[in-house]
Ligand binder design. Structure first.
Ligand code: AMP
Length: 527
């Protein structure tokens, strides 16, 4: 297998294989490979005219819609770096990403533009602001429609007008180095500030190829989008995987279980990757019958622990195996996956479901605290190497040196191998909370709580939750003489954090437990 591949070349060969092949299904609309090639070429010319070129960042804040993919391919065609941002991010969170990535161009859905202008503030205003409007006019299902846009007073261009203005034009040819950055995907940093993992052209292309074979996607098959496109698994386990197979992608704006079930019934996608909460929601959808759901022959869940009982239940109800995969933003998608057609494995002692075996091109070792490799059955930190592993975090040399070491990428996840090298994840070295597939770094939420004048101490931990896996719980103490209600504190957090990071439970206590050096014992509060 050649590793000297770029996403740009991969897309060009898919187009050469058949311009009329369907690429994007979006409710009633279908865009062919030729359509997306033509629109992305026009968009790329517009970007080049505005001075956007190799290495420049293009930040996008949208749900999973065609404009996201067209813009991404356009940016890749001219050697740019795509920076997807969670559409749930509020002003403060978006501002942190903009400050770090310094995008030259910013594109968002119309209802997010006014907030974006607030986030630009004085320092981070991109040279060009684009509204990702119009392509979905009249097609978007009202069940997932966003709020009516509050149009900003500041200037912006419209995506569809740009495409029309430049239709028929092609960008200057740009040679793309497989090792050049193609995307910065932001993950929570240890300080609570987000860090952008660099995903290369090669990593994104190869990730798609690996996903394709691990998932058994047929040439000209159909892929269902479950994981949102702003997450690396949305890009790799959906878009680049589909491009490699000249397959089509079913987009439905954002996850809605009933709409997903309808899409499975109508378009018979064979593969989909998503969080376990998405699969639980599908299982609970009123229109989910075995006859329909079994059309999705290769569902795969990753990004958070998959309880063995849920995988069993899924298979019992629908007659298809729900497989598990494990990867990180830094591995550009899955690095481990349960092999196709092999029975799942569960560790007898702990009941933990295995995440499967390492995928081709990766290597993995488990090491103890001293960096010494441990044997089968022994717990150690997962260290992963291979051409898909991110070369580092954007402009963060210290964090890069800490994680991307000469002997591999230190994941911070603790696991053990069985005798056949199936991996079982048992804990996270890091304290990240995963609620409904979303990662929340406690420190970030704590920092917000600490900014309330009545708060003395705060600790944020994950609390077990039957549906979301975990939810955010905050334990706080107050300054002497200060008073605040739990409701008021909740509102304070909601104004400053994306909804999924807001604590579902807040407890006020007199004193938080601490160790001898005064560090708050998060672990004790969690237990
Ligand atoms: P992200 O970079 O957002 O994809 O998050 C990666 C983290 O998600 C990993 O470090 C793991 O802690 C967790 N994770 C991913 N897949 C799994 C899985 N199958 N089981 C348990 N945890 C997982």
């Amino acid at each position: 297998m050649t590793h000297d591949i770029t996403v740009t070349e991969m897309f060009a060969s898919a187009v050469a294989g058949g311009k009329d092949r369907p690429f994007l299904h979006y409710f009633g609309a279908v865009l062919s490979y030729g359509d997306v090639d033509c629109q992305s070429a026009a968009f790329a010319v517009a970007l080049q005219e505005r001075g956007f070129g190799r290495g420049d960042r293009f930040c996008v804040q949208t749900q999973s819609l065609p404009q996201f993919i067209i813009a991404m391919i356009a940016v890749w065609k001219i050697g740019g770096v795509f920076v997807p941002v969670n559409p749930m991010y509020r002003t403060r969170e978006l501002g942190l990403v903009l400050e770090d990535a310094e995008p030259r161009v910013f594109m968002a859905e119309p209802h997010l533009l006014a907030q974006a202008y607030d986030a630009f503030g004085d320092g981070h205003r991109p040279a060009w602001v684009i509204s990702a409007d119009s392509a979905d006019n009249g097609t978007l299902d009202p069940r997932v429609a966003p709020p009516i846009a509050e149009v900003p007073r500041q200037p912006f261009s419209d995506f569809c007008t740009i495409i029309e203005d430049f239709r028929g034009q092609a960008p200057d040819n740009v040679w793309i180095d497989p090792d050049s950055p193609a995307a910065l995907v932001y993950t929570s940093g240890t300080t609570g500030k987000p860090k952008g993992a660099i995903n290369t052209q090669r990593g994104l292309a190869l990730g798609g190829i690996l996903a394709c074979s691990a998932q058994g996607l047929a040439h000209h098959g159909v892929v269902l989008t479950l994981a949102p496109l702003f997450h690396v698994s949305g890009v790799v386990m959906t878009v680049t995987m589909a491009i490699h197979a000249a397959a089509s992608v079913v987009l439905s704006y954002r996850f809605h279980p009933d709409i997903i079930v309808e899409a499975i019934n109508r378009l018979s996608p064979s593969v989909a990757a998503g969080s376990i909460t998405a699969f639980i929601a599908i299982m609970n959808a009123s229109n989910a019958s075995a006859e329909v759901i079994a059309k999705l022959t290769t569902p795969m869940s990753g990004g958070a622990p998959v309880p063995a009982a849920v995988a069993d239940d899924y298979e019992r109800r629908f007659g298809v195996a729900l497989r598990t995969g494990y990867g990180l933003t830094e591995t550009t998608g899955a690095a481990f996956m349960e092999p196709l057609r092999e029975p799942r494995r569960v560790d007898r002692a702990t009941g933990t479901l295995s995440v499967g075996r390492i995928l081709p091109t990766f290597t993995a070792r488990l090491v103890d605290e001293k960096g010494v490799e441990v044997g089968a059955g022994e717990a150690g930190e997962v260290v992963i190497s291979g051409p898909c592993v991110s070369p580092g975090y954007w402009r963060k040399p210290e964090e890069t040196a800490m994680s991307m070491r000469p002997d591999g990428f230190y994941t911070g996840d603790i696991g053990f191998f069985d005798d056949d090298r199936w991996l079982y994840l048992i804990d996270r070295k890091k304290d990240v909370i995963i609620a409904g597939g979303y990662k929340i770094w406690p420190r970030e939420v704590e920092d917000v709580i600490y900014s309330h004048p009545a708060i003395r101490e705060a600790a944020v931990v994950g609390a077990k939750d039957a549906y979301r896996g975990e939810t955010v719980k905050a334990i706080v103490s107050l300054k002497p003489g200060a008073a605040v209600t739990i409701e008021a504190l909740g509102t304070f957090c909601r104004e400053r954090l994306a909804a999924y990071k807001v604590p579902r439970e807040i407890v006020i206590i007199a004193e938080l437990p601490k160790n001898l050096s005064g560090k708050i014992l998060r672990r004790e509060l969690r237990d």
